[in-house]
Write a protein that binds this ligand. Structure first.
Ligand SMILES: [Zn+2]
Length: 240
């Protein structure tokens, strides 16, 4: 699917667009003070899983790839090789498993972690919620399809994600394509709601003009933002 043109009348493959966006967003982290304390896990999927950046810290990622173009072409090459079915359930369950293990400090290669936190005010309950600075973004342009029948996204495993004994759903979803696609409503329907705005933690990209917005989304991932409204605010703040 990612090998189709990114937008109508735009002769650029989605994989090309997405690899460029992700690589640029990662290299935006160059301004981080403690690059060795920020971890990345980038996993590609079709009906299989392919860890691309497997819990490396940002410094290691920069050392390995050197510059944004190199990272982009490596990512594109890997995406090109994944042209099978689309197992969103497998991707979500695996991402949840590793994220929970990471935050629990149960990853042997990393060990104990003390995440930075964001404090978010919930206007409905009046409570402050502490959210660890861990985000998972699933990005797809397709629907659940394994060819085995009964094709649906089973559940949102991140509803079980826990930090310090509290449930906090850190999953965001992004869909690339028309909102009439089955994949759009399928993914949107399992997303949790933003603690601040009570809107789905879901983003939609359907036009070339939204490319910058996508890049902002990746950057927002390191702050207290979860939904389209958070993203609007984030972009406004960036302009100030
Ligand atoms: Zn929000």
């Amino acid at each position: 699917m990612f090998m189709e043109d990114a937008f109508p009348n735009v002769p650029m493959k989605r994989a090309k667009l997405v690899s460029g966006q992700v690589a640029s967003a990662i290299f935006e982290m160059e301004s981080l003070n403690k690059k060795e304390d920020a971890y990345l896990f980038v996993m590609l999927f079709d009906h299989r899983l392919k860890p691309f950046i497997n819990f490396m810290n940002v410094k290691e990622v920069f050392d390995k790839y050197g510059d944004v173009k190199n990272l982009e072409s490596s990512l594109y090459k890997e995406m090109e090789s994944l042209n099978g079915a689309t197992d969103i359930n497998l991707a979500l369950e695996t991402a949840y498993f590793h994220s929970q293990k990471f935050i629990n400090g149960e990853m042997d290669v990393i060990g104990e972690v003390e995440p930075m936190t964001n404090s978010v005010f919930n206007p409905t309950t009046g409570d402050d919620i502490t959210i660890p600075n861990v985000r998972c973004l699933i990005f797809t342009d397709g629907e659940q399809y394994t060819g085995k029948g009964n094709e649906k996204i089973e559940r949102n495993p991140f509803a079980d994600f826990q930090y310090n004994g509290h449930f906090v759903n850190v999953l965001m979803g992004a869909f690339h394509g028309e909102n009439s696609n089955v994949g759009y409503s399928q993914l949107k329907s399992i997303m949790g709601n933003c603690h601040i705005h009570n809107s789905p933690q879901f983003f939609h990209f359907s036009e070339a003009s939204q490319s910058m917005r996508m890049r902002h989304l990746f950057r927002m991932g390191s702050g207290p933002g979860f939904c389209e409204k958070c993203l609007d605010n984030f972009i406004t703040d960036q302009k100030k």
